[in-house]
Design a protein around this ligand. Structure first.
Ligand SMILES: NC(=O)c1ccc[n+]([C@@H]2O[C@H](COP(=O)([O-])OP(=O)(O)OC[C@H]3O[C@@H](n4cnc5c(N)ncnc54)[C@H](OP(=O)(O)O)[C@@H]3O)[C@@H](O)[C@H]2O)c1
Length: 263
């Protein structure tokens, strides 16, 4: 799709959550390069403001920064209210975080926050955006899930379950909204360069299939019209296709061994 066709279909304005680092910054960069105006949101507004200044200077677009902590159940509604009357054609619901390890070792409060950020926020943002997109007769919803949402993932049980919800939400909305001219894509990244691994105490640097965040964002946007789901690396796409074709018990044993090896 040309940049003009892209901005006609999804523009003029995109809302990107979790834009202060990693894949969300990649989405903002890629959308700006296609000529989209942006509203970017996260907690670290210093990062957002630096990003906004850079993208506005590089691409001549407008970027508005909104501070939002999505652990607050009211935050998605507040974002939607702030954007009332604005012509947002694309929601990129990307903010999220993970917790790894034996399920019982995770902090209970952190798990509750993870559910709010990873599941409640995309569900509520989509709920508020859909009537606006239907009224325009075109646009898109893009959710960042994970390959871990495609099958139960031992030692990442709560995070994988949260991303399974996102996959299911995105698949169902794809069925509802495609006939209305609204594209819905659920991005399932494999290992991607971002701050996420360091935050979870994981070293992914030796992974030969690690992709740059901007590349993952570019691939997802290129495939926005090819929903319902998109796995960003062909090696992981083949791996998860193969695993999901196995008897479930066998697939889960393989996942458990793989996750144990990763520590
Ligand atoms: N990197 C990978 O290998 C990988 C693989 C599969 C899926 N994913 C998914 O990709 C998405 C982006 O993650 P990333 O890898 O790019 O990690 P990242 O660099 O840590 O970025 C996470 C983003 O989410 C935002 N965020 C986290 N908690 C938030 C909160 N309470 N309120 C508002 N925003 C919040 C962060 O902003 P602030 O901290 O500034 O608020 C940041 O912008 C996540 O949904 C993640 O689960 C990543």
């Amino acid at each position: 799709m040309t940049d003009t066709a892209f901005t006609h279909r999804y523009g003029p304005l995109a809302l990107v959550t979790g834009a202060s680092s990693g894949i969300g910054t990649g989405f903002a960069e890629e959308l700006a390069a296609r000529g989209m105006d942006l509203v970017v949101t996260a907690r670290r507004t210093d990062r957002l403001e630096a990003l906004a200044a850079r993208l506005a200077a590089e691409h001549g677009i407008t970027v508005e920064c909104l501070s939002a902590d999505l652990t607050g159940p009211a935050a998605p509604g507040e974002l939607l209210a702030t954007l009332a009357g604005r012509d947002v054609g694309l929601l990129v619901s990307n903010a999220g975080f993970g917790l790894k390890g034996p399920h019982e070792a995770n902090d209970a409060a952190a798990m509750a926050e993870m559910l709010t950020v990873n599941c409640h926020a995309p569900m509520q943002l989509a709920h508020g955006m859909i009537p606006r997109l239907k009224a325009r007769g075109r646009g898109g919803l893009l959710f960042t899930a994970s390959v871990e949402g495609l099958i139960g993932c031992p030692y990442s049980a709560a995070y994988a379950a949260s991303k399974a919800l996102v996959v299911s939400l995105g698949e169902a909305l794809w069925g509802e909204l495609s006939p209305e001219g609204i594209d819905v894509l659920t991005l399932c990244p494999g290992p991607t360069e971002s701050e996420a691994a360091a935050k979870q105490g994981i070293d992914m640097s030796a992974n030969p299939h690690l992709l740059p965040a901007r590349e993952v964002a570019r691939l997802a946007l290129d495939n926005l019209a090819n929903g319902p789901t998109f796995v960003s690396h062909p090696v992981y796409e083949a791996m998860f296709d193969k695993m999901r074709a196995l008897p479930r018990r066998e697939a889960l044993s393989a996942m458990a061994q793989g996750m144990k090896r990763q520590g």
